[in-house]
Design a protein around this ligand. Structure first.
Ligand SMILES: Cc1cc2nc3c(=O)[nH]c(=O)nc-3n(C[C@H](O)[C@H](O)[C@H](O)COP(=O)(O)OP(=O)(O)OC[C@H]3O[C@@H](n4cnc5c(N)ncnc54)[C@H](O)[C@@H]3O)c2cc1C
Ligand code: FES
Ligand code: FES
Length: 509
């Protein structure tokens, strides 16, 4: 018998039955709960008009709040969680929440369509950072974010009329305002969510459609053996669009977002092990600790609400030729860990991709996680960069995504690994270019020879993002940029070049 979807919203536990397994949280809010503050703009995770905050119980028993896009989240994924929407911001005494008051004071809204989404992204930031007015008396008081951090938190919210400066001003000002008269009681919320926590698989069915959310790896493995054709659902930032844009019907879903083992990150001496259901945001935060070279890619991957929902496992399994994580992970020598029934196996990430949208993965298998080598031993001298070319800096899909790595043995290149996205039908290593580089000194002439070899590794296509010629030329230029940024120290020339200098030298090459 089907269980009900149970979640917390507006001071009450909501129990939902009979809603389609792919009914979105946005559809539920607007059409069923009649909470129409949350808006629909694009229905594909791009505009942020539908931003809500989801509160989730962590393994430590605290509540973690994350801004996500309601338009591509399916309602059954809310089971056991809290849903916070713009309707809940006004305080019981009628006063506005500091986030709302700051938007009014800074003139952060004109037509108002985008405003609830902005306000919820700002509220998540406010909760994460606390507020200065509480000072040390407030347990939640933390460092206030910089303007750059505020801008990053708002990259997923588009406004067509106000302009962003007043909105960012409001996000700065909200931290100086008096605290809300009734702040969120996170301890009480944690107790409520603990009372909703299930010991076993959540099983929700509507007619023939089924949504299962196992709580352990063993339960997931057993379910996937029993129903190999069931679709694994993680953050829904790819799958959500299959429903809202391609109108696909999905009626057998296994959700992995309730499996604690898949949401862990383990730091070992030789490997960082990242569970498949770790969010893109948390995975990049962990990886950037060891590889700060990934920081720009992290910040340019979609927007914060997409990174809060989307998982590294989902990015890797989707395996889009223009996905952003694969080139960097492949260049770093990452391995993917798969499980089917009781059998666990692992393979180099590049070996997972066998053709366009084809993978070395049996129907009953799933990805458990990724193992990324650390900088231990000889890898202390790893030279690594990854670059993303897209028309917009923020929240855009790559035309070309490049990653280069090698171990510097003095001036000599060892174990070069190069991978590109946007240059072939899959994320792909540049075997011929690597052969040119292996074991030779890292000189300008070597870089030039490697640039030519790229043309033998890749025959890219022209599409709406870039032409074939643009892709090949920029791939070569990125390799030259890598040379400029990692060349051995020359006492007559400073090793680190400014962005402007790199651009000038690249143009010259
Ligand atoms: C607005 C927007 C912007 C985006 N920007 C970017 C971007 O800048 N760069 C980029 O690379 N991507 C981007 N994406 C794509 C997407 O966010 C990523 O691919 C994301 O990592 C997918 O993860 P998910 O958890 O949401 O996957 P889902 O949508 O839940 O699943 C994706 C696929 O992976 C499978 N899957 C998931 N987990 C597992 C598992 N453990 N085992 C087996 N199969 C599994 C699913 O069955 C499905 O086939 C964007 C998407 C949107 C909507
Ligand atoms: S409606 Fe545009 S992101 Fe959801
Ligand atoms: S105020 Fe009109 S879209 Fe932002």
């Amino acid at each position: 018998m089907s269980q009900s979807i149970s979640f917390y919203h507006r001071q009450a536990i909501r129990e939902v039955d009979g809603a389609d397994v792919t009914r979105t949280v946005l559809q539920y809010l607007r059409e069923d709960a009649h909470c129409t503050g949350t808006k629909e703009g694009c229905a594909e995770g791009d505009c942020g008009a539908c931003t809500v905050v989801v509160g989730e119980l962590t393994e430590a028993g605290t509540v973690e709040f994350k801004a996500v896009n309601a338009c591509i989240q399916f309602l059954p994924t809310l089971d056991g969680k809290a849903l916070l929407t713009v309707e809940g911001l006004r305080q019981p005494d009628g006063s506005l929440h500091p986030v709302q008051q700051a938007m009014v004071d800074c003139h952060g809204s004109q037509c108002g369509f985008c405003t609830p989404g902005f306000v919820m992204s700002m509220w998540a930031l406010y909760e994460k950072h606390g507020h200065e007015a509480c000072g040390s008396a407030c347990a939640a008081a933390k460092e206030t974010p910089t303007r750059t951090e505020i801008a990053d938190a708002l990259t997923g919210n588009l406004c067509r009329c106000t302009g962003y400066r007043p909105i960012v001003d409001a996000a700065v000002q909200m931290f100086d305002a008096p605290p809300p008269s009734a702040p969120v009681d996170t301890a009480a919320l944690a107790r409520t969510l603990a009372s909703l926590k299930r010991d076993d698989t959540f099983d929700y069915t509507v007619g023939d459609a089924r949504f299962a959310a196992p709580r352990t790896l063993d339960a997931l493995a057993a379910l996937k053996v029993e129903r190999p054709d069931a679709r694994i659902l993680a953050g829904s930032t790819d799958i959500g669009l299959w429903v809202t844009k391609q109108m696909r019907r999905l009626d057998d879903l296994i959700y992995v977002g309730q499996i604690a083992e898949l949401k862990r990150i383990k730091h070992g001496d030789d490997w960082i092990a990242i569970g498949a259901a770790v969010t893109v945001e948390n995975a990049y935060a962990a990886l950037a600790g060891t590889y700060p070279e990934l920081t720009e890619m992290w910040k340019r991957f979609a927007s914060l609400p997409i990174r809060n929902a989307g998982t590294l496992g989902g990015n890797v399994v989707n395996g889009s030729p223009i996905g952003d994580s694969m080139p960097g992970l492949i260049a770093l020598g990452a391995r993917v860990v798969l499980r089917g029934g009781d059998v666990v196996r692992e393979l180099p990430l590049e070996a997972l991709y066998t053709g366009y949208q084809q993978k070395d993965m049996a129907p009953h298998e799933f990805v458990m996680g990724l193992k990324v080598p650390t900088r231990s031993g000889a890898r202390a001298n790893l030279r690594f960069r990854t670059y993303k070319l897209s028309k917009r800096f923020d929240s855009d899909i790559s035309a070309v995504c490049a990653a280069f790595a090698f171990i510097a043995d003095g001036d000599t290149i060892r174990e070069p690994r190069i991978a590109f996205g946007g240059m072939a039908a899959t994320p792909k290593r540049a075997a011929q270019t690597e052969a040119v580089l292996d074991g030779v000194p890292w000189h300008e002439a070597t870089a030039q020879a490697a640039m030519q070899a790229l043309g033998r590794d890749y025959q890219p296509l022209s599409d709406m993002r870039a032409t074939r010629v643009y892709r090949l030329d920029t791939a070569k230029n990125l390799l030259y940029r890598f040379w400029l940024e990692t060349r051995p120290h020359d006492p007559l020339q400073p090793q680190a070049l400014s962005v402007r200098e790199v651009a000038a030298e690249t143009a010259r090459a």
